[in-house]
Design a protein around this ligand. Structure first.
Ligand code: NAD
Ligand code: UGA
Length: 459
């Protein structure tokens, strides 16, 4: 099928950047991204590209180049579905917060709504592409909804999971390690492979069956998260044995079978996907009665929760067992650098624990708004929004955030933190001045020379 028009349902962290790159690399294809969230679409259409709803290095430039030419953002969902030959479903698939599978299974209601919407509106044949991360065998449900419409429209369903990481989304999309397409219909697979073929070498475009494709996405995230939990587990052992986790990571990473990437010990992984996708994997394994498999993967999450908790426990015990009434400055709130995304950020859980111990928290993050910080804490429902507002203040100047603080907690590895005037910061803080470096980005000797009581992860 020749693709002239693409519709993408979901203008989020995946839909936005992915479609922007597809539009850039396929100027002859019209790409329309639709969403029910009017505010988000308005932000995507904002004339000033610094107001786009998502911050990703390189994204604003591509949007500026393509928007209004062959890339469009709209709330007219039905129109875009009807016109397109290919429709990507790129909506959120969060962990269920109710009913069967609560706290474990993926909530597929948004995906199902999309399938029903497509079934209702389509008058011509469509290729429907699962871009969202979905439990293995979801394509079956989508197929059933689409094929029971009573119309004679033909639908081909493909699985095309996305492997981009936030903060490097554009880089990852421009030169992906691989593109994965799972499907039954060879024609549909090749239509999608042609679109990626505009810039991705053919030998990096993998074709599999639908189920392998769906399961590969969950497996990739599980393996990546497992590496972080593995090195974090070793970081705790390092702290008891005078081994240094950076040195251990370097030593094992030089083994070509292990490889050097994704071995940074930290306060624990965050982000909207690792936890959600592993919980989902655990749920699926349990639903097939595979309890050993489920327990094995669940341990990755248990260790991650432990890592966040022991960071805040250590902070409290070092501050003479109380943070009540003390100012703790948190540098960074995003779940990693170069993104404004805070979903499941370790900072939220560390802050919540410190607040329960009556700390006052000052937050500085170069890309995260005060509104987001407050929303993240309110979402936990640990205390009222008024209490959160009283206890947590966001600053736009890092030097103001740390002034008179008893301790600094580094939560995100933003590059700018490394270049601060740490002597000036030391002078403005209460003494002894503590730094808890949750990202191992500062130099211990330099900090100690200035006068800080410095601690990091795994050293
Ligand atoms: P997101 O929450 O940023 O965006 C999803 C968007 O879908 C929202 O704007 C929402 O309003 C919209 N939406 C929901 N239901 C809709 C409907 N019925 N009609 C129209 N719009 C609707 O989510 P995201 O981070 O882009 O993730 C989307 C999917 O991609 C998830 O399954 C996620 O697991 C997967 N994924 C995410 C990443 C990542 O880095 N964020 C990477 C790879 C895969
Ligand atoms: C991750 C995967 O890397 C992507 O391939 C995948 O597409 C995506 O999830 C998804 O499905 O959503 P993302 O969560 O955006 O991407 O970012 P990562 O770079 O993987 O970082 C995740 C978390 O792990 C961050 O909190 C990061 O700080 C932490 N991390 C990462 C570590 O603590 N140590 C490391 O060595 C690497």
């Amino acid at each position: 099928m020749k693709i002239n028009k693409i519709c993408c349902i979901g203008a989020g962290y995946v839909g936005g950047p992915t479609m922007a790159v597809i539009a850039k690399k396929n100027p002859e294809i019209q790409v329309t991204i639709v969403d029910i969230n009017e505010e988000r679409i308005a932000a995507w259409n904002d004339e000033d590209v610094s107001n786009l709803p998502i911050y990703e290095p390189g994204l604003a430039e591509i949007v500026e180049e393509t928007r209004g030419k062959n890339l469009f953002f709209s709330t007219e969902i039905n129109k875009a579905i009807d016109e397109a030959e290919m429709i990507f479903i790129s909506v959120n698939t969060p962990t269920k917060t109710y009913g069967k599978g609560k706290g474990m299974a993926a909530d597929l209601k948004y995906v199902e709504l999309c399938a029903r919407n497509i079934a209702e509106v389509a008058t011509t044949d469509k290729i429907v592409v699962e871009k969202s991360t979905l439990p293995v065998r979801t394509a079956q449900a989508i197929k059933s909804i689409l094929h029971n419409t009573g119309s004679d429209v033909n639908f081909s369903i493909l699985s095309n999971p996305e492997f981009l990481a936030e903060g490097t989304a554009i880089e990852d999309l421009l030169s992906p390690d691989r593109v994965l397409i799972g499907g039954e219909s060879e024609d549909a697979i090749e239509s999608l492979a042609n679109i990626y073929g505009s810039w991705v070498p053919q030998d990096r475009i993998l074709r599999t069956n639908v189920w392998s494709s769906e399961l590969s996405k969950l497996t990739a995230n599980a393996f990546l998260a497992q590496r972080i939990s593995s090195i974090n587990a070793i970081s705790e052992l390092c702290e008891h044995t005078e081994a240094n986790v950076n040195e251990v990571a370097r030593a094992i990473g030089m083994d070509s079978r292990i490889g050097p990437k994704f071995l940074n010990a930290s306060i624990g992984f965050g982000g909207s996907c690792f936890q959600k996708d592993i919980l989902n994997l655990v749920y699926i394994a349990r639903s097939y009665g595979l309890n050993q498999v489920a327990d094995y993967w669940e341990q990755v999450i248990i260790l991650n929760d432990h890592q966040k908790r022991r960071f805040s426990d250590n902070l409290i015990s070092t501050l003479y067992n109380t943070v009540s009434g003390k100012k703790i400055a948190m540098l960074g709130w995003a779940f990693k650098k170069d993104t404004n995304d805070t979903r499941e950020s370790a900072a939220i859980y560390v802050a919540d624990h410190l607040l329960s111990e009556q700390a006052n928290i000052a937050v500085y993050d170069p890309k995260v708004s005060d509104k987001k910080v407050q929303n993240d804490l309110n979402y936990l429902n640990t205390r009222t929004s008024e209490e959160n507002r009283d206890l947590v203040t966001s600053y736009s100047d890092p030097y103001e955030a740390v002034k008179d603080a008893h301790a600094i907690a580094i939560m995100t590895e933003w590059d700018e933190f490394k270049t601060y005037d740490w002597k000036k910061i030391y002078e403005s803080m209460k003494k002894p001045a503590f730094i808890f470096d949750g990202r191992n980005i500062l130099n211990k000797e330099e900090m100690n020379d200035i006068g800080f009581e410095y601690s990091s992860i795994g050293k």
